[in-house]
Design a protein around this ligand. Structure first.
Ligand SMILES: [Zn+2]
Length: 167
């Protein structure tokens, strides 16, 4: 009985000490691959505080990540992977607790109609992504398509030749 009491006290003290001394937050979650909808490994997640200090993690083979011992406050959150446009969130708030943040990466695209933001439907050509072959090069030279490059995170589908706009 005495022994039990002692260990109960120990546990209570430990919890109490935890509340007092560990006033930090933890960020964890999962990054999903937009194309195949499963965990995205080797994505870099970085939190930068106001003093430009960085705290980071890399997703594991199932897309999970965890960053611990974060001072409560406002951070710049950056999610990056080679060849994909970074996802940046400003004023990302960390509190003295666990925060879960999941993301589909790159972010899904909205459906877009073939209408220029300046409100007309003529002189618009499709943007084609990927490494260009000879046929794509020829079409591009003739002004029938616009080459969009190899970054799969861009959502723009159309190019307006009148206003020089991707949309
Ligand atoms: Zn236009």
């Amino acid at each position: 009985m005495k022994k039990l009491q002692k260990s109960t006290f120990g546990i209570l003290f430990f919890l109490f000490a935890n509340i007092i001394f560990s006033q930090t937050g933890t960020l964890e979650g999962k990054i999903f691959d937009r194309k195949i909808d499963i965990g995205f490994p080797n994505v870099i997640i970085v939190l930068k505080d106001n003093e430009n200090k960085s705290y980071g993690a890399e997703t594991d083979s199932n897309g999970y990540y965890k960053i611990e011992d974060l001072k409560p406050g406002s951070y710049l959150l950056k999610i990056s992977y080679p060849g994909i446009r970074d996802k940046v969130i400003e004023n990302f708030v960390i509190e003295e607790k666990l925060k879960e943040f999941n993301l589909i990466f790159p972010e899904p695209c909205e459906e877009k109609n073939k209408v220029c933001p300046k409100n007309h439907t003529d002189n618009i050509i499709p943007i084609v992504y990927g490494f260009p072959n000879k046929r794509m090069m020829n079409k591009s030279k003739k002004g029938k398509i616009k080459l969009g490059g190899c970054d799969p995170s861009f959502c723009e589908k159309w190019y307006c030749k009148t206003h020089n706009l991707n949309f």
